[in-house]
Design a protein around this ligand. Structure first.
Ligand code: SF4
Length: 350
């Protein structure tokens, strides 16, 4: 533990469901250099005005306040965070006061940035890799940078990052790649996490029949040639979104089953958009504007009060409510997303 990292409070801040404020996902840009169909399937988007984006000093100050209130993990996201110019500078600032700084990236720019990110104090990297087939990525995410993503993964490993892979599994797109992706993971010493297709803001083409559930993934893995019993492992960290499993070979992997088996009961996550709006749930319609008081001269104590009162008042269980809803279809249509781009997953950082 870095000596000058802010110590968590004695009496942890909890919400109405007794969930602590344990981690914060910070989106540093809503822009992306890919168009994954489960996140950005549309031709055009309403972007956040550049002047509205928090500066690195503002992000660092807010992160410091969240750490003072109990946050131990900060994950930098986007859009694609490596598109934000000078991200290394922000990471070196955050690393001085946040115990655990991680990054989720699509990997396209990772190979060239990996060493500088490591030197700046970044601790962990998660790369989104949904397929091993460049032509599928070109068709599904409108990107021809598959080779760069693979270089990013090996580049991150070479400078010593522990790397995880996030794979959103969609029926008819990549659900035939579970074992090949696990084999890729074993070859490159990276841990694979399969994610159920989620009906979050922006997934305008979401349909329940395209979801491959955790249970179906496990059944498939056990029935594949050379398959065998897949063991469910006890949860090390209750707040972690992924359940852990072990193949007969002992290889570990994870599944994030937010769509068919939500884990809201232990969710300790908040999300900060690049323009300073704080959401207490990925599905929340309303957020708390922290930029205005921040730029309006609010003191640290005043900002902490806003965050504390809002968290204490939190009772969000968005995925549980979605699962309970009878007519489950895409959460928002395009018109609604144009009205408020913060409803988009790529603005909330997933
Ligand atoms: S849906 Fe909301 S409450 Fe549930 S796990 Fe996701 S962010 Fe947490």
């Amino acid at each position: 533990m870095r000596s000058h990292v802010t110590q968590p409070p004695i009496d942890p801040l909890q919400d109405r469901l007794h969930r602590p404020l344990g981690s914060l996902r910070i989106s540093v840009t809503d822009r992306c250099n890919m168009r994954c169909r489960y996140c950005m399937p549309e031709e055009s988007y309403t972007w956040l005005p550049r002047a509205s984006l928090l500066t690195f000093e503002e992000v660092d100050r807010l992160a410091g306040l969240f750490v003072r209130l109990g946050v131990q993990k900060v994950r930098l996201t986007g859009g694609e965070p490596l598109l934000r110019h000078g991200l290394v500078t922000l990471i070196s600032q955050l690393a001085k006061r946040v115990p655990d700084v991680a990054l989720t990236t699509n990997g396209i720019l990772l190979a060239e940035e990996a060493r500088a990110l490591r030197t700046a104090g970044l601790g962990r990297v998660t790369v989104s890799l949904d397929t091993l087939h460049p032509e599928r990525m070109a068709q599904f995410a409108r990107s021809t940078s598959h080779a760069d993503v693979l270089l990013g993964i090996t580049g991150a490993r070479e400078v010593g990052f522990p790397v995880k892979l996030n794979t959103v599994v969609i029926r008819g797109y990549n659900d035939d790649e579970l074992s090949p992706l696990l084999a890729f993971g074993a070859r490159h010493d990276v841990e694979v996490r399969f994610i159920e297709y989620m009906d979050v803001g922006g997934a305008t083409q979401w349909a329940s029949e395209d979801v491959v559930s955790r249970d179906e993934m496990l059944k498939r893995l056990q029935c594949e040639p050379g398959g065998g019993e897949v063991r469910r492992l006890p949860r090390q960290n209750m707040a972690s979104p992924a359940e852990q499993f072990a193949l007969p070979s002992g290889q570990l992997f994870g599944i994030v089953s937010s769509t068919t088996a939500p884990f809201c009961g232990t969710c300790d996550r908040g999300r900060l958009t690049a323009d300073g709006t704080w959401y207490r749930c990925l599905y929340a319609e309303e957020g708390i504007d922290l930029r205005e008081p921040l730029r309006g001269g609010a003191s640290d104590a005043e900002l902490c009060t806003i965050i504390t009162e809002a968290w204490r008042d939190r009772d969000d269980q968005g995925a549980v409510e979605r699962l309970a809803s009878h007519r489950r279809e895409a959460l928002y249509q395009v018109k609604r997303l144009r009205e408020d781009p913060r409803l988009e997953m790529h603005t909330r950082g997933g």
